[in-house]
Every structure is written in C-alpha cells, then in structure tokens.
Write a protein that binds this ligand. Structure first.
Ligand code: ADP
Ligand code: MG
Length: 347
C-alpha cells in the first residue's frame, strides 16, 4: 500500500499582476512610499488557518487598517481552530455546549442556513468523517463501509444549534468550519477596511479572494481562476469589484492510495470525497461567507443540482468547470468573465 500526500495550491485563485502604474511596482516589491495618495499601497502577509493570507489596501489609511485586519485574523483563527484546546469550537465539541463570541455564533448560524438551503450538501458537522479519512491529522486512511457509516451517523447539521451566543451539538456531532471560515474572515476584513476609511482593497486568504471597491484607477480587480489541470495556469479571469470570489476543487487537497485519488470535499451522503462531475466551482458574491459555503456545497451538488440551486436563490453567480473541461457560467457573470475557452452561459 502506498500513500502519498500532497497539499498544493495554497492560492487557488490569485490576483493577477495588474498592468501598468503603481501595481506593477508593488508586484516587484518597489512600492513608492513617497506617494501617499489613493495610490499608496499597504501590504501584509499573514499565516493563519493553515494557509497564506495576503492583504492589500490602497490609500493613506491602509497601514492602520491592515494592522487591525491582522489582529482580527489571529483572533478568529484562535477562536475557530478545532484542534486547539483554547478555541471556542474545541469547547463546543468537547463539552457539547459552550458560550462563544458573537462572531463565532454569527458564522455558525450562517453555515447552518447554508446547510438548510442546500439540503445538507454543506454540513459543518462533517468533522468525524474528515477525521476518519485522516484529513485533520494528515495520517490519511481509506475507511471501510462500516467505519464510514459509524462516523456518518454523527453527521447532520441539524444536530448543531445556536441560541444567542450558546452553541450546542447533540448526537455526536462535531463542528468543522473549514468549508466556510475563510469566507467569513474575508468579509470581516473588508468591514475593517471600510471602518478604517479604506475604499480600495483586495485580500486573498489561501485563494479566497474578496475585494473592496475598485482599483484606485476605477477599473475592476482581475482575479484568475486556477486551471485544475495546470496549477500555474488559469481557465479564465473574473473582473470584479466589491465582490468575493471563492473556488472549491478536489485538486486542492488530496492524497493518493493504490492509484486512487481521495480529496477533501466530502459528500455527506456516503461520506466519501464528492464525485459530482466537476473539477472546480467558483462562487462570486458580495457576501464572502456565502461564497465560501456555497463553493463547497455546489461542488458536492454537481452541475445540475447546482444550476437548479442558483436559479432558485439570489445573491451569487457561479463558474463551473466540469470533468470534461467545459466551462459554464451563470448569466450574471456574462460581462465579468473572460475564459481561456468559450464558456456556456447558464440562464
Ligand atoms: P478550502 O480547503 O480551499 O477552503 P473548501 O472551502 O471547499 O476548500 O473547504 C473544504 C473544507 O471544508 C474541508 O477541508 C473540510 O474542512 C470542510 N468540508 C468538507 N466537506 C464538507 C461539506 N460537505 N460541508 C461542509 N464542509 C465540508
Ligand atoms: Mg468553501
């Protein structure tokens, strides 16, 4: 038996090097500090939630905003880290019920709403199954049917409840916010930017992108969607402002055993890595939390159910990349997406 583990692509979507002007300077590490105007760029890189987070803010308040953003990142990382005994999630999982901070309660409520609306395709009580496959420890393991059904018996988002600031789990449920925490954090960071008077900002939390306003020159941000088959390439570019763009794909975190590939997005029906006919799903929304939760959920649901879901819910658009390399976009992105190959538009 041979197991190889690979964790790749911390940055599943990257912000592209913008052409011309000050941006070019920054990408080369030569920001012009004398230029304290709306073009002034503050940048910060933080390692948290097991990934690399890069933040960029334009204008004179950028540095101060990034200081606050960094504190928020470290704070939320600490509160949500499932394996850390001092975290709020650890307390809920270990004690069955615990009082958490307002933002943790808000995040879990949002996650449960997405669980409800996706019919459980998104399920934050997936922790026991993630553990069984070894995704949390990195000691990967392909479980038997019996082991899977034992762990699955504990998985049901309806066993998680939020009452004010008290979060409770029943029937063995254990919370794992890996599918949504970064999206919530990027929303919080954008709020911090606004509060600090920043009007133009882009953050990438391990590939979860969220943007505030436009670039200082008034043009939209260019966000590349990674090619699942060639991680240095893009299947297309989104032009967005005031939006989050979040990609989920089986290619992002996986292990191989005996020639089979097992990735980290689990179909709560069956408890195995989802095989829904998609290589990746990118969700674009003004709501970063929703974008993150839905990217995971729609990846599990697949193209047909995902399209049905999009038609019956507001507030987001989607880029689907299928196993046979077709690109399909929902019609809200028609003017915002430029594909390497022609994309079919979902109406
Ligand atoms: P990324 O790892 O890039 O953030 P996702 O946002 O798709 O990608 O999140 C995947 C993570 O979500 C997994 O590592 C796991 O923690 C969690 N997860 C896996 N399957 C599900 C699911 N069906 N519902 C909710 N969370 C899930
Ligand atoms: Mg997600």
């Amino acid at each position: 038996m041979r197991i190889t583990a690979r964790v790749i692509s911390l940055l599943s979507i990257l912000f592209l090097v913008a052409c011309g002007g000050g941006d070019g300077n920054v990408e080369d590490g030569n920001a012009k500090e004398s230029n304290v105007s709306s073009d002034y760029i503050a940048e910060k890189t933080v390692f948290a939630m097991d990934t690399v987070m890069s933040l960029r803010a334009y204008g004179p308040n950028g540095e101060k905003a990034l200081e606050s953003a960094e504190s928020e990142i470290l704070l939320l990382d600490q509160k949500l880290r499932r394996g850390s005994e001092s975290s709020e999630i650890y307390a809920v999982n270990a004690k069955g019920s615990a009082e958490v901070s307002e933002d943790t309660a808000e995040l879990i409520s949002a996650a449960l709403d997405i669980g409800e609306s996706t019919g459980g395709a998104f399920d934050i009580s997936i922790a026991p199954v993630m553990d069984l496959w070894g995704f949390y420890t990195g000691e990967f393991y392909v479980p038997s049917e019996a082991e899977l059904s034992d762990s699955l018996a504990k998985v049901d988002y309806r066993n998680v409840s939020v009452n004010g600031k008290t979060v409770s789990v029943t029937n063995g449920a254990q919370i794992d916010l890996g599918g949504i925490a970064k999206g919530y954090l990027s929303s919080q960071i954008i709020d911090i930017m606004k509060k600090n008077g920043v009007a133009s900002s882009i953050v990438s939390l391990g590939g979860n992108i969220q943007t505030l306003g436009t670039k200082p020159d008034g043009s939209s941000w260019k966000v590349g969607i990674q090619d699942p088959d060639n991680l240095d390439g893009y299947i297309g570019v989104l032009s967005i402002s005031d939006m989050a763009a979040v990609t989920s794909g089986g290619y992002q975190r996986f292990f191989e055993q005996d020639g089979a590939v097992y990735h980290h997005i689990i179909d709560p029906v069956g408890g195995s890595p989802a095989h829904s006919g998609l290589k990746s799903v990118t969700v674009v929304s003004a709501d970063g939390t929703l974008a993150d939760g839905l990217s995971t959920a729609l990846y599990v649901m697949g193209l047909n159910k995902g399209t049905e879901y999009w038609r019956s819910h507001d507030g987001f658009d989607v880029v689907f990349v299928t196993d046979d390399n077709k690109i399909l976009i929902t019609k809200g992105l028609a003017d915002m997406f430029e594909g390497r190959s022609e994309a079919l538009i979902i109406e």
